[in-house]
Design a binder for this molecule. Structure first.
Ligand code: SF4
Length: 309
């Protein structure tokens, strides 16, 4: 099965800029960007982020606001903050030398079990398996698992399959299979290189789903003489601290200029945007917006109204 999967990966994998490189910094940046974010969205940001911060020393030496501005549009900004903190730690405490094992990577901010294993296997060929949502789905179908498996079982199963000669490629092959063939809805089993070892050969039983919440929010869009009214979120906020957004509006029955749907972590928002004056926040010249860390939702709204590109 291992050989069949690797043959398929060698012949079919998508050519992505973070594949086939031997630079732990680039692998690390790509893995952090790819957390909870689609490949298509990461592609543009990955290149521009690396142009701006080509090495871990450049990232460590940058101001946090520049790092957040370069991250803008990718969402989940805590990732960018932790990436920045970890870069500083690597430079300060390790003289810029990257850890070579998953265990060492896990000691850095923002690096969980999955990310540590992905970086160590891809950049340092350490034989450690990964389990993310894609790999979990494949394992469930491959082994016809039911319900929630005991803690650690999925990791043990993934480790039992791993290629010790090519652990990084094997892990990427599993993720690639999940992203392109063993799809969440209907898997493309006739195209699957490991179908003959699979006990399900079909959608099988889905992983137990997390609960999503719904909320309504409203923002004011106030424009005057080439400036827009924005407020900075307090640095004590747990979500997107220090980032800039439109002021909140009271829900007073005013007809909205636009309505959006937006999802953040486990909440689905219905967002109303009202054109009205606001006293909250401050006037920010539109020409400064490209250098400001804006929340993803604010960026989406300003794009909709063609205030930014
Ligand atoms: Fe997934 Fe189908 Fe392949 Fe099984 S045979 S691993 S269900 S794509």
């Amino acid at each position: 099965m291992r050989a069949a999967l690797l043959r398929w990966y060698d012949a079919r994998h998508r050519k992505l800029p973070w594949r086939g490189i031997s630079d732990p910094y680039r692998t690390w940046v790509s893995e952090i960007m790819l957390q909870q974010t689609r490949v298509a969205a990461v592609l543009g940001h990955y290149r521009s982020f690396l142009r701006r911060f080509p090495t871990v020393r450049d990232l460590a030496g940058a101001r946090e606001s520049s790092v957040l501005a370069a991250w803008s549009g990718l969402g989940y900004y805590r990732r960018a903050r932790r990436l920045h903190l970890a870069a500083r730690q690597i430079v300060r405490e390790r003289g810029g030398v990257f850890p070579a094992s998953a265990e060492e990577w896990r000691k850095l901010p923002g690096i969980g079990r999955y990310t540590a294993a992905a970086i160590a296997s891809i950049a340092f060929a350490e034989p450690v398996a990964v389990v993310d949502g894609n790999v979990e789905r494949i394992l469930r179908r491959l082994f016809a698992l039911h319900g929630a498996p005991p803690d650690g079982e999925l990791w043990d199963l993934a480790a039992s399959l791993l290629s010790h000669e090519r652990p990084g490629d094997f892990n990427q092959a599993m993720m690639e299979l999940g992203a392109t063939v063993c799809l969440p809805g209907t898997p493309l089993c006739p195209q699957c290189p490991i179908a003959r070892w699979c006990r399900t050969r079909g959608a099988g039983e889905a992983a137990p789903a997390g609960k999503r919440r719904r909320r309504e929010i409203a923002y004011v869009l106030a424009l005057r003489n080439g400036s827009v009214r924005l407020r900075q979120r307090p640095v004590t906020e747990s979500l997107m601290p220090g980032m800039w957004e439109l002021p909140a509006a009271a829900r007073n029955g005013v007809r909205p200029a636009a309505v959006f749907r937006h999802s953040i972590t486990t909440t689905d928002y219905r967002v109303r945007v009202i054109r009205a004056p606001s006293r909250s926040g401050q006037w920010v010249p539109l020409r400064r917006l490209s250098r400001l860390p804006l929340t993803g939702l604010t960026r989406k709204i300003l794009r909709h109204f063609q205030i930014i590109q």
